[in-house]
Design a protein around this ligand. Structure first.
Ligand code: NOJ
Length: 559
């Protein structure tokens, strides 16, 4: 049985969509999105073609990091609904063919979590070792501080007990001592709980920070192997649910990412975001030169058959450019976020894609065409399908987390509450709901929404894309990326012109049987016969992408 046909490894050809309950749809008019609202909008996601919904944290929270500071791992933030609402959401999603995965924060809790409240009572408290403590203040290198605008150290003095606790993120997010078996048991209990409620897996937050290194005072003696622990987590979840998926946030260079996938049989994380490819895509866009992206695709380590890259162009955080050199980052800043108010932490941009591209529909579509044509699993952040913009008046990273714009009416159809009570203000003017909304675009076959929907359909019609290896072809037009997705005998040639000028590229696909053609599966142009030598000239308009199936006479009979 071919794995690609069974659906057992469903995440290899899924379409992921990340949404924040708080900003998706308000059902009760209090200005805050909620689980019931999201359930009402599942029809929209099914129509778009989404097959897996990733929910950002919706748990009880102290509200200092938009839900990533959890006070109870087993509950729902009462502003967003109840556990009952959650189960209804998961059940309704399933009935529409959509799986749900949930954000899972195992690196830290809120400082208001009962464990931490207890832990800071005394050095002998039973929960003390749930966290990482030091009697003296260890030195912090600048690079270790994730939010340098707010923090200057990753250690904070706890006044009462006179010791310092570790926090890689805000000081209100003490790091858990994941090496402690008691903490591991709590983590397993939590994962097991949400699996029982019907989720299909987890997006694991902040993986590289998870582990208090041996050298940290207070961490577990005897060595702690992060990869081994993740394998344990994987074993645990798959014992509970055979095809549970773990999607990890691992923003590390490729060779280190590779280790988090586990050994040759992929027994670690099932999926990881391709942060390296994403960052070099922006450099390529800024330069109008496919070179940086080409090198990323060539460096991408090959994966075992069950592991997968999650391809994305934007997410809920700043567009991080931390893997680029300082000079490269400056190029991207100059092109897409020259105003210091658009930049964050010196490493990223708090913007969404369409605004960065000046609303240029050709370039926006080019980017999504490219993303859906790359081997991996496409992962959208809510609103990308309609070209939602950010609101720079909203503080920090939250600028890109404004409420979804459903229609041209009041509050973009997100809520019936008075505008001032919305979770966050929506952008105004050209990016406001009157101009950018789902209802109008769903009616319009020429809209971005319709284009993204077509991409999703094509991707789903050709699940081989998700299972493919990628080969980037050599040619002499720097602005053009030409890559071949290959899955056994199946081949798709994708050509994307990152420059404004039309281009003619000469490609060598290797010898093909007589009668082979290139079939345009995106724009439906006439078949182009392919010379048996496999050499072909293709004309690509500026800022356009083409998807061409390589169809041999044998395949033509079924195509
Ligand atoms: C990564 C998340 O994406 C980000 O939003 C959050 O602030 C940190 N992890 C801390 O949980």
């Amino acid at each position: 049985m071919r794995l690609s046909q069974t659906g057992d490894v469903w995440w290899k050809s899924a379409v992921f969509y990340c949404a924040d309950v708080e900003t998706f749809q308000d059902s009760d008019g209090d200005g805050i999105g909620d689980l019931r609202g999201m359930t009402e909008r599942l029809e929209y996601l099914a129509d778009l073609g989404v097959t897996c919904l990733w929910l950002m944290p919706f748990y009880p929270t102290a509200g200092r990091d938009d839900g990533y500071d959890i006070t109870d791992f087993f509950g729902v933030d009462p502003r967003l609904g109840t556990l009952g609402d959650f189960v209804e959401l998961v059940r309704t999603a399933r009935s529409r063919g959509i799986r749900v995965i949930v954000d899972f924060v195992m690196n830290h809790t809120s400082d208001r979590h009962p464990w931490f409240r207890s832990a800071r009572r005394s050095v002998d408290d039973p929960y003390r070792r749930h966290y990482v403590w030091s009697p003296t203040k260890p030195r912090t290198s600048k690079a270790e501080v994730v939010f340098p605008d707010q923090e200057d150290s990753i250690w904070e003095l706890d006044d009462k007990t006179g010791e310092y606790y570790l926090h890689h993120f805000y000081k209100t997010q003490p790091d858990l001592n994941v090496a402690n078996p008691a903490v591991q048991e709590e983590i397993a209990r939590t994962l097991g709980f949400w699996l029982e409620l019907g989720v299909s897996g987890f997006r694991i937050d902040a993986v590289p920070f998870l582990f208090a290194e041996d050298t940290y005072p207070g961490s577990e003696p005897g060595g702690f192997d992060p990869q081994r622990y993740l394998k344990d987590v994987r074993d645990f979840v798959t014992r509970r649910l055979g095809d549970a998926a773990l999607l990890g946030e691992v923003n590390l260079p490729y060779p280190q990412q590779k280790e988090f996938f586990g050994g040759a049989d992929g027994d670690g994380l099932n999926m990881q975001f391709d942060f390296n490819g994403m960052q070099r895509l922006y450099l390529s866009l800024a330069r109008g030169d496919a070179g940086p992206l080409t090198s990323a695709l060539r460096e991408r380590p090959p994966l075992d058959v069950t592991s997968q890259w999650a391809n994305f162009v934007r997410n809920h955080d700043e567009l991080t450019l931390d893997k680029l050199s300082i000079a490269e980052r400056k190029e991207v800043f100059a092109a897409f976020g020259p105003d210091p108010g658009m930049q964050l932490y010196g490493r990223g941009l708090r913007r969404r894609l369409p605004t960065m591209l000046g609303g240029d529909q050709r370039r926006i579509r080019l980017v999504y065409s490219l993303m859906f044509s790359l081997p991996g699993t496409p992962t959208l952040f809510y609103g990308e399908e309609i070209g939602l913009g950010e609101n720079l008046d909203v503080e920090g990273r939250l600028a890109v987390r404004t409420p979804m714009q459903w229609d041209a009416g009041a509050n973009g159809g997100f809520s019936t509450a008075p505008r001032r009570r919305l979770t966050r203000p929506q952008p105004a003017g050209l990016w406001g709901p009157e101009h950018v909304n789902a209802a109008d675009q769903r009616q319009d076959p020429g809209s971005l929404w319709s284009f993204v929907r077509t991409l999703i359909r094509r991707y789903r019609q050709m699940p081989q894309i998700g299972w493919s290896d990628v080969e980037v072809l050599d040619h002499d037009v720097p602005a053009v990326l030409a890559h071949v997705c290959r899955c056994e005998d199946w081949r798709l040639l994708a050509i994307h012109n990152l420059g404004a000028d039309d281009a003619l590229v000469t490609l060598d696909l290797g010898t093909v049987p007589e009668g082979t053609v290139l079939r345009d599966v995106l724009d439906g142009r006439d078949d182009q016969p392919l010379d048996p030598s496999g050499r072909v000239e293709v004309r690509v308009d500026g800022y356009r992408g083409q998807w061409l199936r390589v169809l041999t006479p044998g395949e033509l009979a079924y195509a």
